[in-house]
Design a protein around this ligand. Sequence first.
Ligand code: NAD
Ligand code: USQ
Length: 406
Amino acid sequence: MTKMKNIIVVGGDGFCGWPTALHLSGQGHNITIVDNMSRREIDAKMGADSLTPIASMEDRLLAWKEKTGLTIKFEKIDVAREFDRIRELMAAVKPDTIIHFGEQRAAPYSMKGVSEKRYTVDNNISGTHNLLAASVELGLDAHFVHLGTMGVYGYDDDGIEIPEGYLPVYIPGDDKKIFQRHILYPTNPGSVYHMTKSMDQLLFQFYAKNDQMRITDLHQGIVWGTQTNETRLDERLINRFDYDGDYGTVLNRFLMQAVVGHPLTVHGTGGQTRAFIHIQDTVKCLALAVANPPVRDGKVAIMNQMTETHTVRELAKLVSETSGAKIANVDNPRNEAAENDLRVSNKTFISLGLKPVTLAEGLMDETQHIAAKYAGRCIRKMIPCVSTWTDNQRPGVIDPENSRAA
Ligand code: NAD
Ligand code: USQ
């Protein structure tokens, strides 16, 4: 039986945080969600919205109570700007675990302009640091679980499998003696957003070493899918589905584009290889991470939270074959390698018992079904990726000459 824990889920209104809060509540944990609702506000400002109609937090929590009899608490707090309030809440809840999803998570949004760059850095770094500093000041012994990203490693084809944890390196000293050190895998972020995740890593390295905090950093791949076993229980529990050019991630965008008859927007050649994980596996990984805190050894536990890798063009081909959608090659609005290989170790989660959901298992159909159900809510003008990495790039414009049927 799972031992009941007091868990604070920061960012618990978001795409990954909401289904995780439900899953952990269903396991018998005592959940307090903290969120400042900034994600919904950003959507409103951009004129975008989740494809699925997400209920207010009050209605979400009422629906969960009605369906399961379980209570989840909610506090609207900005963890980056309201230090005293989050510290007070942490003192009252005395969490065994703090899960931190509460950051600005879109790479394109973080590259939109100077104010979005500054907001992403201020929000993400201050939020993470406030939670760590408050834990130490209060003398809490909470296990801190952070959602990091595969993107901290960069996509430069190092020719090795990306390991989990610290990397042994051998450095020639002055007298030609070889010194061994264990370092964090050198970061190589590709956006201001990914840079903040690289900076978070240093905060964790410091707090694990200096204050002996137990910290798990989950380097997660791109999450796809929408629903989990818990969010399916009631329409009011439905998870968000982002498809706009800033927050929509590639596979969910393709699935939605296929449904609304929009060509699949492959950036450049589509040779970019990325790591993926289904949202159902995200929540399972979080439960495994919560149940298995690291030992207190002065180091951050780093786990790669992904289950398979694909190129963008493979994904477009797969979606196109099942739906008949056209594939369009658009100018890449990002500054990234056109083609790369990626090999990643995920042995920790596999050894903890994760049995991954794969793309081949028909789940793409389920997601496409959700997209079809809510296609009428699609705001077409929000589909193009207009945020560019440098001033001299063209936004991802569809070239009709280059748009081909599957
Ligand atoms: P999301 O934007 O849907 O959710 C993030 C939530 O955090 C939002 O509800 C937002 O309102 C809240 N938030 C942001 N700043 C906050 C603050 N200062 N105080 C309180 N709440 C705040 O994002 P998501 O897709 O659920 O991602 C969650 C985490 O997982 C992020 O840290 C992201 O970097 C990481 N991640 C996501 C993916 C993915 O594909 N979605 C992949 C890898 C890693
Ligand atoms: N891409 C397309 N067409 C599109 C959208 C994206 O070809 O319509 C390409 C992008 O150029 C990129 C790849 O698909 O090469 C992935 O883009 P994405 O938007 O799906 O993912 P990314 O920007 O990397 O960010 C997402 C989440 C982020 C998380 C990250 C995990 O938004 O929070 O950290 O995935 S990872 O990529 O492993 O770093």
